[in-house]
Ligand binder design. Sequence first.
Ligand code: PMV
Length: 327
Amino acid sequence: MPTWKATACSCSNIALIKYWGNTDEVQRLPANGSISMNLDTLMTRTSVEFRDDLASDHVTLDDKTVSGAALGRISRHLDHFRKLAGITTFAAVESSNNFPAGAGIASSASGFAALTVAAAASLGLKLSERELSSLARLGSGSAARSIPAGFVEWYPGSTHEASYAASIAAPEHWDVVDLVAIISQGHKTTGSTEGHALAGTSVLQQARVASAPGRIAACREAILNRDFATLASVVEMDSNIMHAVMMTSVPALFYWEPETIAIMAAVRAWRAEGLSVCYTIDAGPNVHCLCTVADADAITQELDGMPGILEVRRGGPGRGAYVESVE
Ligand code: PMV
């Protein structure tokens, strides 16, 4: 049997309109559509090699061997590609992030998008961007959004094939900057897979889901018109609504730390003073400060002066996932 090896890269993405809760946990069909921006400086590179001599899948992440539940999740993802190719061969997977593990920057989106593209390329599967996006979704919902380029919308769909993401605008369309304020860690948050399953226990989730299409439309228009003021209001509102659902689920999920709230307040104050900036927060304490290029340096300086921020990482709109090499 020939050796099949391919390497692929993918950007992480930040949700502007959030995905929280599924209608189907196994297929990760989301309760609502979402919109995101790929982040050009936060990348995962993954190589996949299907090899006859392996008795099981072997995975390393940043040179550390992956085992247990994390390995099981990756193996189950590889199973989709084995099935498509009609093989049972195991794979050696090597993955690395260009951002430090444990910094609280979610890597499942870029990780499963890169894994999807590398696995498909290594087996010579000819899949469309849409098919790759649906497949990436099975590994991690938000990974569906890291397949297309730039500003991306994920159509929720009610079947595997209908739930995929597509580009709304290319990365060059608008040079929005994401300044990720990384808050000191030292505590473990509830993972998003577990969190999604709790969303329905909040009495607010139904209202969030019902009102999501309006925010999606406003966000899409704001992107297309490069209208930062409208983007800022809908992005902050959507993040606040998702966190309201998290805080009122059973059990309640609180992702914010004191530093998180301090940055949120500072961002609002900077905006009142005339800077084009807004915040959005995922399932962790880090704050993504979205801003215009013109204001990015001033905001970086402000963030650098605040206590409790370990690091500020800057990202701009990134490209879609791509194959780097096939051997
Ligand atoms: O793809 P997951 O299961 O890691 O879920 C991502 C959930 C949020 O980051 C909180 C929101 C989003 O849309 O990215």
